[in-house]
Design a protein around this ligand. Structure first.
Ligand code: BEZ
Ligand code: FE
Length: 330
């Protein structure tokens, strides 16, 4: 833990609209942790400015606090209302874009969402990760490569999707084992392939406070059909992404802003030879996709460069410590 900092604290008396902010910032500056001090200073400054700029009413502020209480009350191990809130406010996508910038021609990230779990079974290539007989069979044939086209062997790939009714397994109260999810590892050629079902569009959980907010804003809760992927390998930037099915009615109006053009794919009807080779029924869908990873070092360098450019543009006197901005007091 950082040593506390001795900051002269003025008498906190007779505070006003005009001086509450610098005084709050001062009393929050004693942790000795420069990053924490900076985060609190920015948070208090922006939130106080928000109150001053909107002349927010007491009723409005109480409604906001009650909204947060309701988000907490509906949350559980499998219901993450605050993730939903971050998603519909565009913050999840923003935070991911800041932290995982992608060089050109590498796979872009997308939102994680609240439905990734840590109990997916590890399956062999070619296995079927779905147990839903109502879904349309889809064979995915994928590769993991670096930006020079060299295979990335041994990447751990987490894959998950909804069932054909548009629900993740954790949304079923009688769930007793994971379904429509698995973990695979890329082979020496960077290949992995699996069977699943053609994804369907579905609404994000909207029976809680976030759903009510969307309704009030005249926004729909739908996500276009997609398959989630998470790639992990030491030395490589952790990639959280998804593939979106072309032509989905919600392709350009995703409730959580996750769609990028480079992530839109178009499954095809499988040809007889491929169906035979992979042991899937004729009439199945097939999707071929190449994922391109970046190294941790490339991502860290790019993130630092973009941070310097952004801070310079904003005219802020900051420096990066452990890749994160803090005031430059030295
Ligand atoms: C999902 O794609 O699983 C998801 C993302 C954001 C909010 C809800 C669900
Ligand atoms: Fe999803």
């Amino acid at each position: 833990m950082a040593a506390p900092t001795k900051v002269p604290i003025p008498a906190l008396l007779d505070l006003t609209i005009d001086n509450i902010t610098p005084n709050t910032v001062k009393i929050n500056s004693q942790s000795g942790d420069r990053r924490m001090t900076y985060l609190m200073e920015r948070l208090v400054t922006h939130i106080h400015d928000f109150a001053r700029e909107t002349r927010i009413s007491t009723e409005e502020w109480m409604a906001a606090l009650n909204f947060l209480v309701q988000c907490g009350q509906i949350s559980s191990d499998v219901r993450h209302e605050f993730i939903l809130l971050s998603d519909v406010l565009g913050l999840s996508l923003l935070v991911d874009s800041i932290n995982h910038p992608k060089p050109p021609n590498t796979t872009e990230g997308s939102v994680l969402g609240p439905f990734h779990t840590h109990d997916a079974p590890t399956l062999e290539h070619g296995a079927d990760m779905s147990s839903d007989p109502q879904g349309e069979p889809l064979l995915c044939i994928c590769t993991v490569k670096d930006a020079n086209g060299k295979p990335v062997e041994g990447a751990k790939i987490d894959i998950w999707e909804t069932d054909s009714s548009g629900h993740y397994d954790v949304q079923h109260s009688d769930r007793n084992e994971p379904t429509e999810r698995c973990i695979m590892t890329s082979d020496a050629n960077g290949d992995f392939w699996f069977k699943c079902i053609l994804p369907v569009s579905y609404p994000i959980p909207h029976d809680g406070p976030v759903g009510k907010l969307l309704e009030k804003l005249n926004r729909h809760p739908w996500r276009p059909a997609h398959l989630h992927f998470m790639f992990e390998k030491k030395g490589w930037d952790h990639l959280i992404t998804a593939l979106y099915m072309r032509g989905d009615p919600y392709e350009t109006s995703d409730a959580v802003f996750g769609v990028k053009k480079s992530l839109i794919v178009e499954p095809q009807k499988i040809d007889g030879a491929t169906a035979k080779e992979y042991g899937v029924p004729e009439g199945s869908w097939v999707l071929k996709h190449d994922f391109v990873l970046t190294t941790e070092k490339e991502t860290a360098d790019l993130r630092d460069r973009l941070a310097h450019e952004a801070l310079e543009k904003q005219g802020l006197d900051l420096k990066l410590v452990d890749h994160l901005p803090v005031p430059d007091l030295d």
